[in-house]
Ligand binder design. Structure first.
Ligand code: SF4
Length: 376
C-alpha cells in the first residue's frame, strides 16, 4: 500500500475532514504544480477552469478527503477517482438535463427532511455533509448547502410521522452522509427508531467506507451492535476504491452484526465496462459486501456527461451473467423520472409462449440456445 495512505490512517476521521481538499490551491499543493502541468489535468491551472470552478462552487461545493485523493492517478486521463470528484463545466451548462429534482423527492415530502414515495419506507435526510462531494450526486440541489440542514429542527415531527404511519416498515437514513454526524447523534436517532414497533429495518446510506473509512470506528460499531440489526448500504463505483483499510473496516462492521450492501452508479468513462464491473463486484464479495444495486445515472441537472446509454448498460448486465457468481451480480435499477419510482431492468430471456404446445421458450444466459418449459 502507498505509504502516505498508511500515514493518513493514523489520523482520526474528524481531523481528516478538517484537512480535506476544498479548492484549486489545495489541489495544486496536493499534487504539485509541475505534476499537474505535465498531466492530462493541466486544464485545472487555467483561468477559464478557475472561473467555472468558482461558479459551480456557488451551488454544489467541491470537497475531497486526502485519503480518497491518494487513490488517484494524475497521469491517467480517465482516472476513476478524479473523474468522480473534479467539477466539470457541464455542471452549469448541461445541454440535456435541466431538472434539479427529477425524482420529485420534494413533491413526495410530507414533512421537511422526509421523503415518503413508497408506502413501505421513508428516507430521512439527516445531514448535508459528505466526506467527498461526488459530482454525479442525485441530491446536489441540497447536499453541501448548510441551509438544507434543518434536520435538528424537526426530529420529533419526523419520529411522530413515522409512528403514526403503520405501513412504514423501513427507515433509510440518508443525506448527505448520515455518518458525518457525531456518534451520540446517530445513537439517539437509532434509539428513537428502535422504539417504533412497526419498523422492521433501519438502513444507513453512506459513502464513508469509500471516501473516509476511518469513520468506521470501534465506538460506532459498538452502537450498531447495540441496535442490531442495522444495514449499511455503501457506494463503491470502482475496484480501485477497495483498499486494505476498507477490508478491515468492513470486517469490523460485520463483527458488529451489520449487513453491508453496496449500490454503484453506472458512470461513463469510469465504470461502464464489463471487466471493471466484473472486478468491482467480485472484490466486493471478497471484502464481505453484497453488490445490491447498480443504478442508471439519474437525469439530474449537470450530470449528463456521466450518463451511459441504456442499451450499453443492458449489454454489460447480459455479459456479467455467467461471468460472475449470482451473489456478485447486483440488480440493475432505473429510477423513473417524475417520481415514478425504481424499477429493475434485466435482459429479457423469455422469447415467446408457444400456445399450441403450451410451452414457454427461453434463451439461455448467453442468448445462444433456446429452451422450452412446459406450462402445466
Ligand atoms: S456521498 Fe452520496 S450524498 Fe454525498 S455527494 Fe456523494 S453521492 Fe451525494
Amino acid at each position: 500500500m502507498n505509504p502516505s495512505i498508511i500515514e493518513s490512517e493514523k489520523q482520526d476521521w474528524k481531523n481528516q475532514l478538517k484537512h480535506s481538499i476544498k479548492n484549486i490551491s489545495d489541489l495544486i499543493d496536493f499534487f504539485g504544480y509541475d505534476n499537474i502541468k505535465n498531466s492530462p489535468y493541466e486544464f485545472i491551472l487555467t483561468k477559464e477552469y478557475l472561473d467555472v470552478f468558482e461558479k459551480i462552487q456557488q451551488g454544489f461545493r467541491f470537497k475531497v478527503t486526502r485519503y480518497y485523493l491518494q487513490l488517484a492517478n494524475i497521469n491517467d486521463p480517465f482516472c476513476p477517482i478524479l473523474l468522480q470528484v473534479l467539477p466539470h463545466p457541464n455542471e452549469i451548462a448541461d445541454p440535456y438535463f435541466k431538472d434539479k429534482d427529477p425524482l420529485k423527492e420534494e413533491i413526495h415530502s410530507p414533512i421537511s427532511n422526509l421523503v415518503h414515495r413508497y408506502p413501505d419506507r421513508v428516507l430521512w435526510y439527516i445531514s448535508h455533509h459528505c466526506a467527498v462531494y461526488c459530482r454525479f450526486c442525485l441530491r446536489k440541489r441540497k447536499v453541501s448547502n448548510p441551509a438544507s440542514n434543518t434536520f435538528r429542527k424537526n426530529i420529533s415531527d419526523v419520529i411522530d410521522y413515522i409512528k403514526n404511519q403503520p405501513t412504514i416498515k423501513e427507515v433509510i437514513l440518508s443525506g448527505g452522509d448520515p455518518l458525518s454526524l457525531e456518534d451520540d447523534s446517530i445513537e439517539s436517532i437509532l434509539h428513537q427508531l428502535k422504539n417504533i414497533p412497526h419498523l422492521y429495518s433501519i438502513r444507513i446510506h453512506t459513502r464513508m467506507l469509500v471516501t473516509l473509512p476511518h469513520r468506521i470506528t470501534k465506538n460506532l460499531c459498538k452502537i450498531f451492535d447495540e441496535y442490531y440489526p442495522i444495514t449499511v448500504v455503501t457506494h463503491f463505483n470502482h475496484p480501485k476504491e477497495l483498499t486494505e483499510i476498507v477490508y478491515e473496516k468492513v470486517r469490523l462492521l460485520r463483527k458488529s452484526g451489520v449487513l453491508v450492501l453496496n449500490q454503484s452508479v453506472l458512470l461513463k468513462n469510469i465504470n461502464d465496462d464489463v471487466k471493471i464491473l466484473e472486478e468491482l463486484f467480485l472484490k466486493l464479495i471478497q471484502f464481505g459486501i453484497k453488490p445490491y444495486y447498480l443504478h442508471h445515472c439519474d437525469e439530474v441537472q449537470g450530470t449528463s456527461h456521466f450518463r451511459v446509454k441504456l442499451e450499453k448498460a443492458l449489454d454489460i448486465i447480459k455479459e456479467l451473467q455467467g461471468r460472475n457468481p449470482g451473489i456478485a451480480i447486483p440488480k440493475f435499477m432505473v429510477d423513473l423520472p417524475e417520481g415514478g419510482g425504481k424499477v429493475p431492468l434485466t435482459p429479457v430471456y423469455l422469447k415467446e409462449f408457444d400456445r399450441e404446445k403450451k410451452e414457454y421458450i427461453f434463451y439461455n444466459y448467453e442468448f445462444k440456445n433456446l429452451y422450452r418449459i412446459k406450462d402445466l
